[in-house]
Design a protein around this ligand. Structure first.
Ligand code: F6R
Length: 243
């Protein structure tokens, strides 16, 4: 695992966007795995600037979603499909048919999970997977004690994660869904390059457990230690508890 400490979130965004641009120059039809939440926004802003300036061509790239709420209508502003349309697809000019994600509105949720696993395999797998990290060490929505071999499936969010995400729902935890579909940890580990960005002091404990703790399901992100090409980019605040 490679750990890179950057001064702030903007520097982390720029560094990772440049890595994505390098991948796209080598592999124009790369599959980019994208995360939602606040952390990756500086990455998307920096990548958008590169695309708009002509520094990189993203027209042949494909985009794969990491996780999705169950039960929110697809056009709900906080469904992850809507967030990604707003923050990634539209700014980068990516066509809807180059996007794949799990169907959080499906009546047959296990069927939707299996269908998404098939879609990822048929796309040839994910070339570069962006990850954030929860304050409890989750990646995707694999909450603590998720199996390190897990595949895409339905999960129940912890109370802490619902509290953390209430800010996207007018601060009202009652509006935060209880369930999600998430790529499993085993699914995530199949991406060819994992890039986790963590910023802010609230992530410092989770980052220390990820990088310096044992590989253990109690900290799902510690599974990155098992991956042959994992990069953890942290700002100084998130790095504060590293030895
Ligand atoms: C979202 C996701 C989550 C977030 C994590 C951190 O797609 O996979 O693991 O990355 O909850 O969220 P933020 O970045 O909002 O602190």
């Amino acid at each position: 695992m490679e750990v890179v400490i950057v001064p702030d979130a903007a520097a982390g965004g720029e560094l990772i966007a440049e890595a994505m641009a390098g991948l796209l120059r080598r592999t124009p039809d790369a599959v980019l795995g994208v995360a939602t939440g606040s952390t990756p926004l500086p990455i998307y802003q920096a990548l958008t600037a590169k695309v708009r300036s002509g520094a990189v061509d993203i027209s042949r790239a494909r985009i794969a979603q990491l996780d999705e709420y169950v039960g929110l209508p697809a056009d709900h502003p906080e469904s992850y499909r809507s967030v990604l349309r707003r923050e990634v697809l539209e700014p980068l000019g990516i066509a809807p048919d180059a996007f794949m994600g799990p169907d959080g509105t499906a009546e047959d949720v296990p069927g939707a999970c299996a269908a998404y696993e098939r879609a990822l395999a048929e796309a040839g797998g994910v070339d570069l997977q962006l990850l954030g990290i929860g304050t409890d060490g989750h990646i995707g929505f694999n909450e603590p004690c998720s199996s390190l071999a897990s595949r895409t499936r339905i999960k129940t969010l912890t109370e802490q994660t619902r509290i953390d995400n209430a800010r996207f729902f007018d601060g009202d935890i009652a509006q935060v869904p209880h369930h999600v579909i998430t790529q499993g940890i085993g699914t995530i580990l199949e991406a060819r390059h994992l890039v986790l960005l963590a910023t802010g002091e609230g992530k410092a404990d989770a980052v220390a457990a990820t990088v310096e703790g044992p590989v253990a399901a109690v900290c799902p992100a510690s599974a990155l230690q098992l991956h042959p090409h994992a990069t953890v980019v942290v700002d100084e605040a998130a790095a504060a508890k590293l030895k």
